[in-house]
Design a protein around this ligand. Structure first.
Ligand code: 5AD
Ligand code: SF4
Length: 466
């Protein structure tokens, strides 16, 4: 494992999940970490795991074996909150059996309702919000040494970039380019729990990605709630296209992806970057949320359907093989059958490659929480099912058209579902499954799809490109 450094200019170190001895007490201390929610939470968990590994803790997949259990939570929808709280409740028994077990709650739900949850759950030792995850080692030491229950929930502290990550993957890595969001979409809790937007200086990002490339990573996915507004507030005068250009020239990195793009901030320059920069993949996720202008306005999204369609047309004009994925919320307050049918029609017209469809979930404190949550649950469910099935048909047809068409695939390793097969992704971010061997892991290969499901291509490799 690499050593921790305090040098601010050094890129974060990459830790691998090696077994190590705890520096506290000399025993073999273990931590169990469960992550709920989005890629940002997954990346935060990799940072938490990196910090705990540096402390000498070993990661375990068994809760019973753990000395520390951490839940890194999400509060975007009620269901995510319920899952985390349910899990926390179940841990009570384990805590009773194992008195010295430490239990912590981190992330968005902790930020949102940490104090209340701490009060209601005497078996919970600490809560830590989204701006203080770098303090977890210090909080653990405090909880152990002072036998104190702790909350660290500052809403204004400057976030410190982690000094190391224990990454789940060794081919693809997520990299923060900005944090927070100030778009205040009316349904969304994120601006309240993740705070205002802040871009990272490009030299820090480039240095982190160079270090990833040196460690053998081939693909980076740049993360931010709204990557297209990257650069706002930075003195260096750079925008997201400028950042992509810098990353595109990093040797050893083959592919660049990014999430999430807000339609109101997708510029012509960004579309040019996708078209012109060879490592930037032809794949973009930009949430539409609804096909009804009335609902988009109520959602405070800052664009209407025609603006969105213009971007789709421009993208497809300049990058013909681009894949487009989206997010949709069904059952937003006031969504009538007619509004929903507009979304259905938009799906039929745009024909997304894939989509994530969510049932509207009332979030206390957001602007939409002042509107009546008037679409009954079974109607939300029906609309959700309808879009899922429509998307399934569209994805199947789109994928069928690509049977026999050569695709560039970055090989990630053995498939989890069938270890005899290998898996990777096309530039359009579609999953490919094929017979392979470890020699091609981390390589770009030429893949021929032979059959497809809505989400996966099955086929064979023609040759290794690199
Ligand atoms: N209810 C349902 N879905 C939501 N999302 C965000 N907030 C809510 C909510 N209150 C969805 C949006 C966003 C995705 C990450 O989660 O579609 O793009
Ligand atoms: Fe939430 Fe809107 Fe910000 Fe996305 S852009 S995180 S939906 S407020």
């Amino acid at each position: 494992m690499q050593k921790k450094t305090n040098d601010k200019d050094m890129p974060p170190q990459i830790c691998r999940p090696l077994a190590s001895k705890s520096k506290r007490g000399g025993g073999n201390h273990k931590f169990f970490l469960k992550t709920y929610g989005c890629q940002m939470n997954k990346l935060d968990s990799e940072a938490i795991a990196g910090a705990l590994s540096e402390l000498g803790y070993e990661m375990t997949v068994s809760e019973k074996e753990a000395d520390i259990i951490l839940l890194n939570t999400c509060s975007v929808r009620d269901l995510a909150e319920k899952k985390a709280l349910g899990k926390l409740g179940l841990l009570k028994k384990l805590k009773k059996k194992k008195g010295n077990l430490l239990i912590g709650l981190a992330g968005c739900l902790a930020q949102h309702k940490g104090e209340e949850i701490l009060k209601k759950n005497p078996h919970l030792d600490f809560v830590v919000g989204t701006r203080e995850i770098d303090r977890i080692p210090e909080l653990i030491a405090e909880a152990v040494e002072r036998k104190k229950r702790i909350s660290a929930l500052s809403s204004c502290r400057e976030i410190k970039e982690p000094s190391s990550y224990l990454r789940a993957d060794n081919i693809k890595a997520f990299v923060y380019v900005m944090r927070g969001c100030e778009n205040y979409c009316s349904y969304c809790i994120v601006p309240y729990v993740r705070g205002p937007e802040k871009s990272r200086p490009s030299k820090d990002i480039v240095s982190e990605i160079k270090s990833l490339a040196d460690s053998g990573y081939k693909e980076v996915c740049l993360l931010g709630q709204n990557v297209n507004s990257y650069g706002r507030g930075l003195k260096e005068g750079i925008d997201f296209s400028g950042l992509l250009e810098k990353i595109n020239s990093i040797e050893g990195i083959y592919r660049i992806r990014f999430v999430t793009s807000h339609p109101k901030d997708i510029s012509e320059k960004l579309i040019d970057s996708i078209a012109d920069l060879d490592k930037v993949c032809e794949s973009i996720h930009f949430p539409l949320q609804s096909g009804s202008d009335k609902i988009l306005k109520l959602m405070n999204r800052g664009y209407d359907l025609s603006d969105y369609i213009k971007i789709v047309d421009r993208l497809r004009g300049q990058v013909p093989d681009v894949s487009i994925s989206t997010d949709i919320i069904v059952g937003f307050p006031g969504e009538t059958e007619e509004d929903f049918n507009r979304t259905v029609k938009t799906f039929e017209e745009i024909r997304f490659d894939s989509s994530f469809i969510f049932k509207y979930s009332h979030r206390g404190g957001t602007a939409a929480s002042r509107l009546e949550d008037d679409v009954p649950f079974d109607v939300k469910l029906e609309r959700n099912k309808c879009l899922l099935s429509l998307q399934g048909e569209i994805s199947q047809k789109k994928n069928d058209c690509l049977i026999g068409e050569k695709q560039e695939v970055l090989v990630e390793g053995p498939s989890r579902k069938n270890i005899k097969m290998y898996t990777g992704r096309t530039r359009q971010n579609k999953i490919a499954i094929f017979p392979g061997c470890d020699d091609i892991k981390g390589k770009l290969v030429s893949f021929i799809p032979e059959r497809a499901s809505p989400n996966v291509f099955y086929g064979k490799i023609e040759n290794s490109k690199l």
